[in-house]
Structure formats: C-alpha cells, structure tokens
Design a protein around this ligand. Structure first.
Ligand code: ATP
Ligand code: MG
Length: 655
C-alpha cells in the first residue's frame, strides 16, 4: 500500500501543493535551499505511488554530474524503484548520449569529440587567423554559446551583433571559424560530435516519427531540476521529448543562473506559465538549509544586484535556529590563506564536524592545489571534484577509445572472454586491484571501477554478450552507477557545488579577478552579475558555518596586487549586531526588535516557529502564575494554528 504520509512527511503546505498537483505542468519558482529538489523527488514518488506513472516512465534531468548524482541519491533514499525499469535521473548530456546510442541511424558512425580546441585551432588556421591559447579558448566558448543558443554559422554575425557579443577577431571571423569547425568534424559518413552536438542530434533524431513514438512510449513524465540553466538547444530537445504532452515538472531559481556564458537562460523558467497557462505555479520562500545569518548575507548579496532578472525579488526567509555569524578573513598571501583555512577546518573537525560535512569552494579548479597540499600535510582526508561529466573524464574517454578499438578488431574471436579483454584494457589506465593512495589516483580508480562493475553485471545477465554491444551500453550505465563517495573535505569549484550543501563552507580566493573572474571584468554588467549569482550559489551551500576568505598577494612576491571582491562591499556579515532582521535583513527600528533580532513586520507565517516558541514560553510562565485553565485551551488552539501556518485562523482566534 502506498503510504501518503511518508511522501508528505517534512513538507510545508506549499511544497505539498507542488507534490500533489494533478498530472500536467508544474513549476516551482524558488530561492536556494527552499526545498525544490526535495519537492521534485517527492513528486516523483507521489506520481509513482499513486499509480499515475511507473518508475521506468520517468526521466528526470539536470545539468551537472554531481547534481544528477544528488537527485539519484535522494530518489534512492525514497525507495520507489519497485520491479522493472527504474527512474532515470541524468544530466541532459547523458540522456542525449543514451538516446543517440539507441536511435542512431545505420550507415553513419560517430564518436565523441572530447578535445575540441585542436579542431577549432585547425579551423582558425584555415581562415588565416593566428590564435593564442586565450583567444582559442574564447573562440571555442563563443561557438559553444552559439550552438547552445541555436545559432547557425551563417546567422552568427547578425545575432552576435544584436547580443553585443564581445569576441576576438570580430563577428565575421568567428562565423568563418565556426563554419570551418563544423565542417572539420565531418569526414564522409563518420562524424565527430562535441557535447553540444549530442543535444542537437538527439533532438534531430526524434524528428523521425518511429524514433519519436518509440521514445515517447518509453518516457511519459519529465522533471527538470535547476531549470534556470537550460539553453535554447536543450529546451528544443526537451520539447521533442514532450511532443504534444505536458506532463512536465520544472523547478528553478533565476538567481542561480550561472551558465549564461554557454547560452543558458532563465527565460523558459520565468515564461513557463505563459507557455502553460493551466500550470500549477508554486513559489517557495522559506529557506530550510541555512541559518538566518547565512540567509541574511545571501539576501544582501543578491539584493545588491544592479540588474535583477524580473521575477527574482523574493527574499529568502530563514527557518532554522540561529547560528554563528559568517566570518570574513583576510590573509597576506595565498599560502597563508590556505594554512588559515585548514587551521579552521581542523578546529571544526576537532569540535566534531565530520570532514565530509565541510567544503572548500573556489572559482577555478587551479585554486585547489594549495588547499590539497596543506590538507595533505595536516592529514585531513579530502576529495577533489571538477564540474566535468562522468563520461568526459580523461580516464573514461581513454578507456572508451581503447575499448572501441578492441571491439572493432577482427582478430578477436566473437565470443572471446569480454571481461578479460576489458580488464586488460583498464589495468594500465589505473584499475589496480588495490585501492591506490592519493585523491587523484583514487578518483580515477573509482570511475574505472564503476565501469568494470557494470561490465561484470552486464555479462552476468548475458554471458555471451559481444564486446561491441558491451561497449555501447557501457558509459551510460557506468555513469548511473558512479556515486562518488563523500568521506573527506570536498574541494570543488563554485559551478560544481550547485544543488549541494554542507555544514561548513569555506569560500576562498574572494578577490577581484577571481570572483568576479578577470574575464568578466570590463565585459559589461551582465558578465559581472553572472559572477555575483555564482557567489550567491556559493554562500547558499552552507548550512551553518560560512567562512569568506581572500589574500592580498601571490605567495613569494610580497607585493600587494589584489583586493577583496566587490561583492562584499557594503555587506553586513552580522546583521543581528548591526540592527538588521536576521530573517529578512530589514533595518530593526524598535528597541524590542533589536533585542529579538527580528523585525516583526515579516508576515506571521514567515516567523511561525519563532512565534510558536514565544507563545509556548508565555503560556508556561502564565500557567505557572495562574494555574492552567481557559488560557491553556485557548493557546493550544493558537499554537496549533500557528504550527499549521494558518494566519487567517490565528487572526480569527485572536479576535
Ligand atoms: P538549491 O536551490 O540549492 O538546489 P533546493 O531548493 O533544491 O536548493 P533542497 O536541497 O531540496 O533545496 O533543500 C534544502 C535543504 O532543506 C535540504 O537539506 C532539505 O532536506 C531541507 N528541507 C527542504 N524542505 C524542508 C522542509 N519542509 N522541512 C525541513 N527541511 C526541509
Ligand atoms: Mg536543488
């Protein structure tokens, strides 16, 4: 029997509304930590438990491997798999790749182009421009933006001019390089597909009616987490998945749009109810993740945005008990910063915070090195995470190339022992029998092990499976299997941290040139605002402890060359002490509100827990004074009403 209580447990009334909405379009528009991901996983559980869909019909997508891993972990915890196919929770790219492997037309072959810079360089040379490593990267990311935005090379100059794209060599040259790049990826009937092509081709393939009906029979219910990150080309793919149907649930926060450099836009999120006028729209404002102190800083940082996206003015309202004030720290140089941060980490660990509940987040991956060194010296376990998808990791790409080669060789007897061949290929890449030491070797080993465990499983199901079939099944399933373990301190980029949370978060390297990153400075307010949102994403990862640090010089130079990020200018890190409401950041005017640290003018439902606690205390005191009587009955009803967040009832009671 389905247990509705399990599904609705620990959800507030608004979240429940989103979970219970009847089939059809649902949009949850809400800030960080308000329970969007919790809500969609419960909604999936509800749709399954109530028999509206079966697990295999559900396709849930998001944008980074780690976010997809988080979704899978939460779905696993709800235990809704049942017999048959399970819910698919993947990145857009993994879903597209799976689809391509399934529906790819005969006669054409393809492989994944994992390193596109040499191909861009080749195209640039043919056009006659000399690139540096920076301009080459700029060209590649401009092509990514264009493809993500559904812009063809011929249309690029006009569209780029319209969007005031600031690129090296001018728009016409970029268009020519873009055109050459696309041509270079095709060699007769063999195609090289870059990551944007995966999405483009997956959409194209569904124009074929058989493929479309086949796909649509399989997937009937779609869920998108972090919907603010969708690009036009991904939206087109999503539309082709849907066809004429509207069983789509999206959740997102426009203030967390951090991929617009790649064409992502919150427009689809904000325009959802225009597209689906009968959609259930839910806005969530209560932040369950972070202490009011962290929430107040997040509200101030995003509130200071110079160009706010319409529809993003909802402030977060902290629901948790008070915690420590966020702590800023300035250091003379990088190495001192790393030592200072690690000293704090030690302090937290000694006081009982598990290392897995601590994260050090930075703007670019290169910044992790110093922290790795000092954490290593201190003997604190850690793991490094990049933002890259599982199947783009070097070891997986190498393994798949080698395995594809092996599968294509005709000197292998068709039923040779596939497991042995795979093991022989993976061993030199780092699949040792014993767990290696060192976080990098371990990360490599873990992903290869995920690959190998899928091989063993596929062969257990179907012992005679050919290597060729095995290879085509592999990466996708391995990605589903791969759940990076979280035992030590996490070192991750701000991009990779989205959707996740830790008890203690150290945002490091907070200098101009880093946050905002140098490339954004001087590229207009939009580029800066994207960096601000990234900073906001970082802040809102913290449940309790938030440390913000920066250093003034590069180690060894002794010259002050840096200054603190502009995003901390004017931010009050301890609003309580300086007379701001710890829930909403408003100025505290009356002396009572200053003592309480809350303004009291936020709506009653927003301060329900606090009111509840105050009433309980008040009743206890008065009950002692006067004995329990009518008063207790009256306040019981009030307490219940407030606990239910029914302000109207509370008002009538009071009257
Ligand atoms: P982000 O924008 O960062 O992705 P989110 O909106 O997806 O955040 P969740 O990760 O779902 O938020 O929830 C944040 C935290 O709050 C989680 O630890 C979650 O378990 C908890 N949470 C969510 N809703 C509630 C609730 N109604 N009561 C208590 N805790 C909740
Ligand atoms: Mg989330």
């Amino acid at each position: 029997m389905p247990d509705p209580h399990r599904i609705l447990d620990g959800l507030d009334p608004e979240q429940q509304r989103a979970v219970l909405a009847s089939r059809g379009p649902v949009c949850v528009l809400a800030g960080a930590g308000t329970g969007k991901t919790r809500t969609i996983t419960r909604r999936i559980a509800h749709l399954i438990d109530s028999g509206q869909v079966s697990p295999g019909h559900v396709l849930a997508v998001t944008f980074t491997t780690r976010a997809a891993g988080e979704l899978r972990a939460r779905l696993r915890a709800l235990d809704i798999s049942g017999p048959g196919a399970s819910v698919q929770a993947q990145t857009f790219h993994a879903a597209a790749l799976r689809q391509l492997r399934y529906f790819w037309p005969r006669g054409l072959t393809w492989e994944l182009l994992d390193h596109k810079l040499p191909v861009v360089a080749h195209a640039a040379r043919r056009v006659g421009v000399t690139t540096t490593s920076e301009t080459l990267r700029d060209l590649a990311s401009e092509i990514e933006w264009a493809k993500g935005s559904l812009i063809a090379p011929a249309d690029y100059p006009a569209r780029a001019a319209e969007a005031a794209r600031d690129v090296p060599f001018g728009h016409d040259v970029v268009a020519a390089v873009f055109d050459g790049y696309e041509a270079a990826k095709r060699d007769g009937s063999h195609l090289l597909l870059d990551f944007d092509d995966l999405i483009i081709y997956a959409g194209e393939i569904l124009r074929e009616p058989d493929a479309a009906s086949n796909f649509r029979a399989r997937y009937r219910c779609f869920v998108v987490d972090e919907y603010q990150d969708i690009t036009p080309v991904q939206q087109r793919l999503l539309d082709s998945w849907l066809g004429e149907r509207d069983n789509l649930t999206v959740v997102g926060d426009a203030n967390q749009t951090i991929y617009s450099f790649a064409g992502a836009t919150a427009e689809y999120l904000l325009g959802f109810t225009r597209r689906f006028p009968d959609a259930t729209l839910v806005r969530l404002q209560r932040d369950y993740r972070s202490t009011p102190e962290v929430v107040a800083v997040a509200n101030q940082v995003i509130g200071a945005a110079t160009e706010r996206i319409p529809g993003t003015r909802l402030e977060l309202i902290g629901q948790r008990d008070r915690g420590p004030a966020p702590r800023p720290a300035e250091f003379a140089d990088d190495m001192r910063e790393a030592r200072g941060v690690v000293a704090q980490i030690k302090h937290l660990v000694n006081a009982g915070t598990p290392p897995a509940e601590i994260a050090v987040l930075y703007r670019v991956n290169a910044q992790s090195e110093r922290f790795e060194e000092v954490l290593g010296e201190a003997g604190i376990p850690y793991q490094v995470r990049g933002a890259e998808a599982f199947f783009t990791r070097t070891e997986i790409v190498q393994a798949m190339h080698k395995l594809t080669d092996a599968a294509g060789r005709d000197d292998l007897p068709a039923d040779s022992d596939a497991a042995r061949v795979v093991r022989a290929v993976l061993a030199p890449l780092g699949l040792s029998t014993d767990e290696p030491v060192g976080p990098h070797a371990k990360a490599r080993w873990e992903s290869l092990r995920a690959l190998m465990s899928v091989v063993d499983e596929l062969l257990a199901d179907e012992p005679g499976m050919s290597l060729r079939r095995l290879v085509s099944e592999l990466t996708i399933r391995a990605e589903d299997r791969h759940t990076p373990e979280r035992t030590g301190v996490t070192l991750a980029s701000l991009h990779a941290a989205k959707g996740l949370e830790w008890d203690a978060v150290f945002l490091v390297g907070l200098t101009e040139g880093s946050v905002p990153i140098a490339q954004a400075i001087g590229h207009g307010p939009q580029a800066i605002e994207e960096e601000r949102r990234l900073f906001y994403v970082g802040i809102t990862r913290a449940r309790e402890h938030l440390y913000l640090s920066w250093s003034l010089s590069r180690t060894g130079t002794g010259r002050v060359t840096r200054r603190r990020t502009r995003f901390l200018d004017g931010i009050d890190l301890d609003p309580r002490r300086s007379g701001r409401c710890s829930a909403c950041g408003a100025d505290l005017v009356s002396p009572e509100s200053r003592v309480r640290g809350r303004c009291g003018s936020c709506r009653i439902e927003e301060h329900g827990d606090e009111l509840l606690a105050a009433l309980r205390t008040w009743r206890r005191d008065h009950a002692q004074e006067r004995g329990v009587g009518e008063l207790a009955v009256l306040t019981d009803a009030m307490l219940e009403a407030i606990a239910d967040r029914r302000p109207a009832d509370t008002e009538s009671l009071a009257a």
